[in-house]
Design a binder for this molecule. Structure first.
Ligand code: SF4
Ligand code: ZN
Length: 312
């Protein structure tokens, strides 16, 4: 319902002001109107940042900005929180994987948002990194799309963040993404990844990664943008159909609908396991890649191994 419309008798009202609600929030039963939804999300992101000390004075935060809804919400929220922080700056980084029929639209959307918010914007591509776009790299190996894409995107983002002088990399991972990752790592039997710290896989060699939206549900982020007319209606990546994440996502959202709280419970279980496990006993110690010198857990980093398998 739109603000100002009459509600049918007995209809729900905003839990804070009695206006017509636009959303039933995840977690404890609450309905919020548009104004309270916007305030609630911005306050919750600010609280996550404060409580987990994700931002410090003089930080330069590189926002991984695909132009999609999560990173758009993240960039808007951080730009609104920015005046309250001491000498903190933002730079948006968009990685162009080179995916026909998908990435051009999202890059245009990303450029429009950064221009409107007056935030520095850097665009880097897989072609700059390995000499070919993702579509070309994947010929004959389309089912590996997301793992190839993930490895190269991480490297492209780290490099660009380093070049931009960033001290943190912020990503738009939301509560749904976090719950999906817990389930995916469990399904893959990947304990080291499962117990990686929630806030940032920070190590002296890496620029720490932060996830200010990790406690906010995907539908709340979508509604936050929608009520402000900022929702980016963009095409979906054509490789999504090969992704394990797509199956896990649909399974978890149907479970969440039938059994509210499922996603939060999964994340809670992961945090409990995280506290119990001695990470050093299950993870390989960090070394330097024999090829490129980047930190990694084996002899070669994932990018160098991928390059080798692609003949690059
Ligand atoms: Fe990359 Fe897979 Fe995401 Fe497409 S769906 S952008 S291939 S990770
Ligand atoms: Zn390497």
């Amino acid at each position: 319902m739109k603000p100002g419309e009459d509600a049918p008798a007995g209809a729900e009202r905003c839990s804070l002001c009695g206006e017509l609600p636009v959303i039933r929030m995840s977690g404890p039963d609450r309905h919020l109107c548009a104004a309270h939804l916007i305030a609630d999300l911005e306050e919750r992101a600010a609280r996550t940042i404060r409580e987990r000390e994700l931002v410090r004075p003089h930080d330069r935060i590189a926002v991984a900005f695909s132009g999609g809804k999560d990173s758009t919400a993240l960039l808007i929220i951080l730009s609104r929180l920015l005046p309250a922080w001491d000498d903190v700056s933002l730079v948006a980084i968009t990685v162009d994987e080179g995916i026909a029929g998908y990435r051009d639209d999202t890059i245009r959307a990303a450029e429009a948002v950064t221009k409107k918010l007056d935030i520095d914007h850097v665009c880097v591509s897989f072609t700059d990194l390995v000499g070919d776009d993702l579509d070309t790299l994947l010929v004959g190996r389309e089912t590996q799309a997301c793992s190839v894409c993930g490895i190269l995107r991480r490297k492209a983002l780290s490099q660009a963040a380093h070049n931009a002088g960033a001290t943190k990399i912020a990503t738009g991972h939301n509560l749904d993404d976090e719950a999906q990752s817990v389930l995916m790592n469990t399904l893959r039997g990947d304990l080291p990844r499962l117990v990686r710290t929630s806030d940032a896989d920070s190590h002296d060699c890496f620029i720490p990664r932060i996830k200010p939206l990790a406690d906010i549900a995907e539908k709340e982020i979508a509604a936050y943008l929608f009520v402000q007319d900022l929702f980016p209606f963009l095409p979906e990546c054509p490789y999504t159909r090969h992704a394990l994440r797509a199956e896990v996502r649909s399974m978890l959202s149907s479970l969440e609908q039938k059994h509210p709280g499922t996603m939060r419970n999964l994340i809670r279980s992961k945090r409990t396991i995280e506290k119990q496990v001695d990470r050093s006993a299950i993870s390989e110690p960090l070394r330097c890649c024999l090829q490129c010198g980047d930190p990694c857990s084996g002899e070669f980093c994932q990018v160098c191994m991928l390059r080798k398998s692609l003949g690059k």
